[in-house]
Design a protein around this ligand. Structure first.
Ligand code: HAM
Length: 423
């Protein structure tokens, strides 16, 4: 029986991976422009990290973690997100003793036992950034602007930024009380999940996709009138800076994120074209997370982009970055198998000179080799035959100009390079 990949996973085959590489290179370059350095962390962590960091009332921890016991009887979990692992590494390596802020970015697979559908996977990839150590609202604005500009760099024109503040441990309890008062008379109309959320985190009801729950929260009081002075001023400065950066946003008092660690600023980037899974990225401030994970009080903020979704949105756009270089530049063909050694040695010279080159390894006839080279979109085919061996030269065919010339072996690399620069 044929074995297929596990549900919710997907393969990135070689015809797709150049797109991924282009996307990743652009994101890395941008993060580095903004002063971030790459951190590479393990794929699995102690389960407790996510229970404490992401929060045990979240859907992620309650229903979506890939948790297993290893042979040493430890409970481990495939990382469902990258922020808690960054916090763990920040504490473990005492990075807080260095000059702050710390600006990290990461890229890699995440795992959530979600219900798979278009744009939603069980193994997916995130590109994330985290800034530790600064409470400055201008950092919030810079982080948000970076997210928006990353999407723009990939040619996405119709992304919308949703912005909110979710308060802090000083002002949120008051709002929580107000929400509970508001929801209590209508609790019977909420879905089962939301009834449970009312106990642990009633703000999450705001984010429920169930139409019944959305109807209940439609006139819920907004958090803005419950903010403490510090949260109010912080949010005002974030908005001011975003306006100065000319980053458009819409205020959405219902925006609460699916992870418990957020304080103050919260945001999401949506591409409406993507349908049900429109959130391409999201993030926010998490001033209590490091302490919650056992470190000294340290503020933080960051975001993560879902790369499958970003690529889906970006590929629809007609952007110059998707004009990818060819996978092969030169194909070396032989008129007869007996010239194979010469072909291999020429390939070696070409590759050492930085030219993407290949030959036939399937015993094709010369005609079939030419056809194969045509399909591979190689710009140049070099033919080796009896005559050429005798004269120590090659026949060089420019597939684009449909021109052919004989080139001495000593000049072949130079001649090929001069043709390739015109591609
Ligand atoms: P998140 O909103 O859970 O935030 O995930 C960020 C992005 O990952 C989402 O906007 C979405 O594009 C993508 N994503 C999430 N789940 C899936 C899935 N099952 N399939 C495909 N894509 C998915 C976080 O993970 C936070 N750690 C972000 C953050 C960083 N906050 C502060 N710093």
């Amino acid at each position: 029986m044929e074995i297929s990949g596990p549900r919710g996973t997907h393969d990135i085959l070689p015809d797709e991976s150049p797109l991924w590489q282009t996307m990743e290179t652009n994101l890395r370059q941008m993060a580095e422009l903004y002063g971030y350095s790459e951190v590479r962390l393990p794929i699995f962590e102690h389960t407790e990290l996510f229970e404490r960091g992401v929060g045990d009332s979240t859907d992620i921890v309650q229903k979506e973690m890939y948790t297993f016991t290893d042979r040493g009887d430890r409970s481990l979990t495939l990382r469902p997100e990258g922020t808690a692992p960054c916090a763990r590494a920040f504490i473990e390596h005492r990075i807080y003793n260095q000059a702050q802020p710390t600006k990290w970015y990461y890229i890699g697979p995440m795992f959530r036992y979600d219900r798979p559908q278009a744009g939603r996977y069980r193994q997916f990839h995130q590109f994330g950034v985290e800034v530790f150590g600064s409470r400055d609202p201008n950092v919030d604005a810079e982080v948000i602007a970076l997210l928006v500009r990353m999407a723009q760099r990939l040619g996405i024109k119709d992304a919308q930024l949703r912005l909110n503040t979710v308060g802090c441990p000083d002002c949120r309890p008051l709002y929580r009380e107000r929400m509970l008062q508001y929801l209590a008379p209508m609790a019977g109309e909420l879905c089962n999940d939301c009834r449970q959320r009312m106990d642990k985190n009633p703000l999450r009801v705001l984010d429920c996709k169930n139409p019944g729950c959305q109807e209940v929260v439609k006139d819920v009081p907004a958090i803005n009138s419950y903010l403490c002075d510090r949260c109010g001023q912080h949010f005002e400065q974030v908005r001011k800076m975003l306006t100065a950066y000319k980053v458009d946003y819409f205020l959405d008092p219902r925006l609460v994120r699916g992870l418990d660690y957020y304080t103050k600023t919260a945001f999401e980037l949506l591409v409406p074209d993507l349908g049900a899974q429109a959130a391409v990225g999201g993030g926010g401030r998490y001033d209590g997370l490091i302490e919650q994970c056992g470190g000294p009080p340290t503020p933080g903020i960051g975001f993560a982009i879902g790369l499958e979704r970003l690529l889906m949105a970006a590929r629809k756009q007609d952007s110059a970055i998707w004009k990818l270089p060819p996978t092969m530049e030169v194909f070396v063909a032989v008129a007869d198998r007996e010239y194979d050694t010469q072909a291999c040695l020429l390939l070696d010279r070409l590759r050492l000179a930085g030219i993407k080159a290949d030959k036939d390894y399937m015993d094709r006839s010369l005609k079939a080799q030419m056809k194969y080279a045509g399909k591979s979109e190689a710009r140049i085919v070099v033919v080796i035959g009896e005559e050429e061996i005798r004269k120590d030269s090659y026949v060089l065919r420019d597939m684009m100009q449909k021109e052919q010339q004989e080139v001495p072996s000593s000049q072949i690399i130079e001649r090929i390079k001069s043709i390739l620069v015109t591609s």
